[in-house]
Structures are given as C-alpha cells and as structure tokens.
Ligand binder design. Structure first.
Ligand code: F6P
Length: 357
C-alpha cells in the first residue's frame, strides 16, 4: 500500500556537477513511482530556517520535452558552505515542521552531512544522505557525485598545458583544490601525466622535487615537466624554505613555483596555473550522471522502506545503504601512504612526496 509523503530535498556545501541530476532522479522516482510530493529547500538549512520550499514536479522540470537537469552543472536549489547552522537548531527543526515534511534527502559532503546528521537526530527526522564532493573524501563509498567531472576538468587542463609546456621547455605548476585531501590531485595527476604530485597527506621535500626535475632533464631528455599541487600540500623539511612569498598570502602553486625557482638557481622557466572554481563547474560527466541517478533513486527507495539515518553508497558496482554515523566516523577520508594509486604513481617514477616523511 502506498503512503503519500511530503519529501524535502536540499543541496548543502560547495556545489559540484551532478547535483541537478540527483534532484531530477529523486523527483522522477518519488513522483512517478510513489506519487509523493517533493519540495526543494533553497540554500540548504537556510531554507528550513526561513521556511522556504519550492514544489518540484516532473512537469516543472521539462522544457518543451527537454530535461535540462541531467546535464546542468551547479544546483537549481542553491547551496551554502558556511554559516552558523548549529546555533539555530530549534528554528531549523521548527521550519521542518512548518513545512510539514515527512522526510528529507540531504546531498552534501562530509561537513554538511555531519551537520545534517546532528539535526536529524535532534529532530527525529526520517533522513537519507547522498554523498557529493569534488574532494572525494566521504568514507564508505566508492563513488561520490561530482568527483569524476572535476578529475576530467583537471585532466583536460593538463592536456592543454602539456603541449605548451613542451613547446617552451617549461615547468608548469598546476594548483588544484583539496585543502586536506589529495584524491583530486592524485587521480588527475596520474591520468593527466604529471611528473610531480603534491598532496596534503604526504609531505614533500623541495630538494627532492628539484633533483627529480633535474633527473628528468639530464637522464631522460624531458625538458618540460608538469607539477600538480593540491592547495593544501605540506612541506616535509622546512629547513629548506626558499619561497619569497609566504602561505597563505600567495597560493600553494605560486609558493612551490618560487621554491623551485630558487632551488634550481633560476635555471628553470616556470609558469603557474590555478584552476580554482573551474573545477567545480561544468557539465557532469557520464559517470557522475549515472552515480547521481542511481543514488537519487536509491534514496527514495530507502525512504519508501522506512529507512532513516543512512547514506547511499556505491559498493561493488551497486548502490547500498550504510549508517551515516559509520560514514562520519571515518570521514574526511584522506589518501593513505600505502594507497594503491600512490604506489601506482611511484611505480611510474612520479614524485608523490617523501616516503614515510
Ligand atoms: O570542499 C570542496 C572544495 O571545493 C575544496 O576543495 C575547496 O578548498 C573549497 O571547496 C573551496 O570553497 P569555496 O567555494 O568556499 O571557495
């Protein structure tokens, strides 16, 4: 027997490609299969606080038969990635009741999901989480929405930079996002043919980077080099700090460039590209659309089964449900020194920081 539900959906934290594909999937499955009402909550918990909701329907999503949400970047609901949400718990819980919600689907990264988990416990909500983040640092899932597109965006940039680097025998420093997790730098660096990958989890030595770049030139005839630097990369040995700019006043890419310039005694021609929020935009990749669609449908199924406090997770080629508490206990998921992709990179001679530094 079908029970009509009024389900809220919100996107929280930094946006990423694929969020609208999740919304589309949730709305389609909830309305077509279950005849539920779906309400979009604008700007994450701010929408609950202000008692705002946008009715979403299949019909409303259509544009002369074209479904724009599948391939549209960003989030039609808007999002926030800062604020003092936990100082307003009572108002947010009151907003949830005022909107007469029976359940809520929250799409977020580890920070947002931790806040939503506190709210759902306090409010005794029926709540299902869907993981998204270009940082790929949510635990207990093999895929999150948004990561694949961001990796592809960086690889596209590396393809372009490689040709101009080779034409001018330059060292190209490419700064990518990742304050505390290096998955984005590691995956894109390997896929994009980087010679050096610097991530927050494995400290680097500037002396070793310079020797590596010299060896590439002298022993391997590689006159150009590609260095991918996560914004939160860490130095192992600060006794050799040459940089003329100091973090965080200059970004990590510029900082590394100055260090390499000094340790190479200005012998290397270096350029810096900071990819910034380009990595968060764009049309979602096929994989992100697929993951978004499967996650959205699964979240609705979990609500229909009466589940709560769970996160949809990709595991062994299918979507499963895991306890949100268990996910949060292991998030943010950082790159381990013995992670197989670190070993893969090192096996190919890519410098990925100091071993056991
Ligand atoms: O958490 C995702 C993320 O993209 C980080 O990698 C990055 O440091 C941060 O968001 C940037 O956030 P903002 O949009 O506030 O500049």
């Amino acid at each position: 027997m079908k029970t009509q539900k009024r389900v809220g959906i919100l996107t929280s934290g930094g946006d990423c490609p694929g969020l609208n594909a999740v919304i589309r999937s949730v709305v389609s499955h909830a309305t077509l299969t279950h005849d539920w009402q779906v309400l979009g909550i604008p700007y994450a918990t701010k929408g609950l606080l202000e008692i705002q909701a946008i009715p979403l329907s299949m019909h409303g999503l259509d544009l002369r038969g074209i479904d724009p949400l599948l391939n549209m970047g960003g989030t039609i609901l808007g999002s926030i990635n800062k604020g003092d949400t936990l100082n307003h718990i009572d108002e947010i819980l009151a907003g949830y009741h005022a909107l007469k919600l029976d359940a809520l689907i929250g799409i977020g990264g580890d920070g947002s999901l931790a806040i939503l988990n506190q709210l759902q416990t306090a409010g005794n909500w029926q709540f299902i989480a869907i993981p998204k983040t270009i940082d790929n640092d949510v635990a207990l899932t093999e895929h999150v929405v948004g990561f694949d597109t961001a990796v592809n965006t960086i690889v596209d940039a590396l393809n372009r930079l490689t040709f101009t680097a080779a034409s001018h025998d330059r060292v190209m420093i490419v700064e990518v996002m990742g304050r505390s997790a290096g998955h984005l730098a590691l995956h894109s660096g390997i896929a994009g043919g980087a010679d050096v990958i610097l991530i927050p989890e494995i400290p680097y030595s500037i002396k070793d980077i310079c020797s590596h770049l010299k060896e590439l030139r002298d022993n391997w005839g590689r006159k150009f080099a590609i260095v991918v630097v996560a914004e939160g990369a860490q130095v192992a040995d600060d006794s050799l700090l040459y940089a003329s700019c100091q973090k965080p006043s200059c970004g990590m890419g510029q900082y590394i460039a100055d260090e390499i310039r000094s340790c190479s005694h200005n012998q290397l021609d270096i350029r810096v590209s900071v990819l910034g929020h380009i990595q968060r935009g764009g049309i979602p990749s096929a994989l992100d659309r697929l993951v978004a669609t499967a996650f959205g449908k699964a979240a609705v199924d979990l609500l229909a089964n009466g589940d709560t406090g769970k996160m949809v997770s990709w595991h062994n080629g299918q979507v499963e449900a895991v306890a949100l508490d268990a996910v949060l206990a292991q998030s943010p998921l950082r790159v381990a020194e013995n992670y197989y992709l670190v070993e893969t990179a090192r096996g190919l001679g890519i410098y990925v920081g100091n071993t056991n530094a």
